[in-house]
Design a binder for this molecule. Sequence first.
Ligand code: HPA
Ligand code: ZN
Length: 347
Amino acid sequence: TSISTFVSQLPKVELHVHIEGTLSPSLRWHLAQKNQIPLPQYPTYKSLVASYATMYNHRRELHGDNGLPTFLEAYYGGMEVLRTEEDFYDLAMEYLAKAADMNVRYADPFFDPQAHTRRGVALAAVMNGLERAKRDAKEMYGVEVDWTMCFLRDVDPSSAMETYEQALEGGFGHVFHAVGLDSNEYDRPPSLFQDIFARARKDGYWITAHCDVGQKDTHEHIREVATSCVGGLEGADRIDHGLNAIERPELIQIIKQRSLGLTLCPHAYHRRLPTEYVFGNIKRLWNEGVRITIASDDPTYMHQRWVLENLELVMYHCGFSGGDMVRLQRTGVDISWAAEDVKERIR
Ligand code: HPA
Ligand code: ZN
């Protein structure tokens, strides 16, 4: 069988996808009309779709300006059409239907509450929409899903704490099962957020944080997340990205010792880094025995590479066998935060 047939039939998990990064141009267009939000830069649907092909895949702080919107600018701009509970429900259900089509059995996507509340959207609209989608996706599509509340690391940590407490006080503590850290990493070490991580740990949530390859100080950020994210007591439960940990044996030792899982998003790196670097390092991590899983990050802002296409890239460029791919998916189940009975069923 071909790589694409094999990969499409493989039962999958997806552990690193931002739900706002799955907003399709067509749903965005529809919501803009429904909510009467003008898109002055995009007079036609066609021009909106075309904008997704031209994006600056590097960080301005590190690589200079080239006049194009950066990935994060496009991502935060796109979500402005999300306003009501129904919008968040539709966003989530569109992704989860697609996930089911791709034979994804379990997903724990991220959401960015602060990116919505700072635009004047009620936290309850976000939480209620996601809660309903979690329930309905299981029933309608057979996809198990739980949510990870991500905090914006380029925003003051006190805002993260406020958002978190507001969610718990609003009775939404059961809507998510983990907390994470995303947005622009530049000069924002994870240790700035140790209070909120300590609090979430005490409250029983899983913990993860982004440490993307090619950003500033990534190795140091990985070290913090792996060892001292929660007040110097214990590290996080997973690391999002962490591809370049392989360059530092001492980091690999800690990651293996703690059995930390890495959620890797090959196309997110491949769109800006050499093929040999990206897939060479993925293969080295795998051969080292580090627990990794393959995911999509922000598929609609990354040339429509969903988890399926990311797995195809890995199978091809890493030269993995069918058996390797099955083991890769089982590793994903192992490092997922699915309940034990769910793990048993999808393993
Ligand atoms: N990187 C950092 N922050 C993000 C991303 C990403 O790819 N997607 C959503 N928030
Ligand atoms: Zn991400």
